[in-house]
Ligand binder design. Structure first.
Ligand code: MN
Length: 320
């Protein structure tokens, strides 16, 4: 038998067995005093093209049974270093974005009042604005490491002020983030307006295109990330479409010409040298996935972010 309230024991339950939580973590809808709370955000009301991100959290949890949390080259496992639970999903109305955004912000703020950080599994990227509102209320304006094919600093479309192409524009306008300490990596592809990156660049956001990132390689890019973000509290937002659709086809707005999953994971291995305070992995749309490869990748990204948080907080505890 598994111990109630504990992570499912790999020696008791095969990885495909039992009710799927993220990485077989204990389900705790009212977590207190945790290092990181994993929270699903099933919502795709902000999607501009392929729908289906509302089914992302379930698909990611399903595939995440595979992941141990112990790396071959890493010493202690993530969950020996930090205390994590899966709090389930935020119940988001599919009918009204303003209600959904308010609900998400309230729930995430509630989690941050009693716990150190969250890892949000999306859901479309519009919800990152709700996440940044909650995070900024706790930490003040944060630095941002944003991995995405798209800058998400677009203006309103079709009369909609809020959609999955706008969260970082509003975050800058609302002063939730410090744009001088904001780095967007993997940007590429097509955009409805030729000047659509001017808004971000005009506010001091550093944009590293996909070509620049792949040309530098993840190690040199990691050094630039450290330099740019410094010691500020950092929110890390990963749109799975940052990765080339050859590796991540299950997403709403795929953009060929992106880095491989190996390159993106290699970059994320530097996050623990920063001061991460919150994370998200967004835009998995299982309807367009094949063999679960996008969900597996999102899981691996989430697992990496948890490990990096463990590395960062362990380092902080040792130095204080
Ligand atoms: Mn994107």
């Amino acid at each position: 038998m598994n111990d109630p309230g504990q992570r499912l024991d790999i020696n008791v339950s095969p990885r495909y067995a039992q009710i799927p939580t993220f990485m077989r973590l204990p389900h705790d809808p009212s977590p207190q005093g945790k290092d990181v709370v994993v929270i699903g955000a099933p919502y795709d009301g902000g999607t501009s093209y392929r729908p289906g991100a509302r089914f992302g959290p379930r698909a990611v949890r399903n595939e995440s049974g595979l992941i141990h949390g112990v790396g071959i080259d890493r010493g202690p496992g993530t969950f020996d270093l930090i205390d994590c639970v899966d709090a389930g999903d935020i119940d988001l109305t599919p009918f009204n974005m303003h209600i959904a955004m308010d609900t998400a912000q309230r729930r995430l703020s509630e989690l941050l009042a009693d716990n150190a950080a969250f890892l949000m599994i999306g859901g479309d990227h519009s919800l990152t604005l709700a996440a940044l509102r909650a995070v900024a209320a706790k930490h003040g304006p944060v630095a941002v490491l944003h991995l995405d094919a798209h800058s998400d600093t677009n203006p309103a479309f079709y009369g909609g002020e809020y959609h999955h192409g706008t969260p970082f524009r509003h975050a800058i306008d609302e002063k939730l983030v410090d744009p001088q300490r904001m780095l967007q990596i993997g940007i590429r592809g097509h955009n409805p307006q030729p000047d659509s990156l001017d808004y971000a660049r005009g506010h001091g956001v550093r944009i590293m295109t996909s070509d620049e990132f792949c040309g530098l390689g993840p190690q040199a890019a990691t050094a630039l990330v450290r330099e740019h973000l410094g010691d500020a509290p950092v929110y890390v937002s990963v749109d799975v479409d940052v990765v080339d659709p050859a590796f991540a086809p299950g997403t709403g707005t795929p953009a060929p010409g992106g880095p491989s999953s190996r390159e993106v994971l290699a970059l994320l291995r530097g996050v623990g040298d920063l001061r991460p305070v919150g994370f998200d992995v967004m835009e998995v749309s299982p309807l367009y996935d094949h063999g679960g490869i996008t969900s597996v990748l999102a899981t691996e990204i989430g697992a990496e972010l948890l490990y990096q948080y463990a590395r960062s907080t362990t380092r902080e505890r040792q130095s204080s």
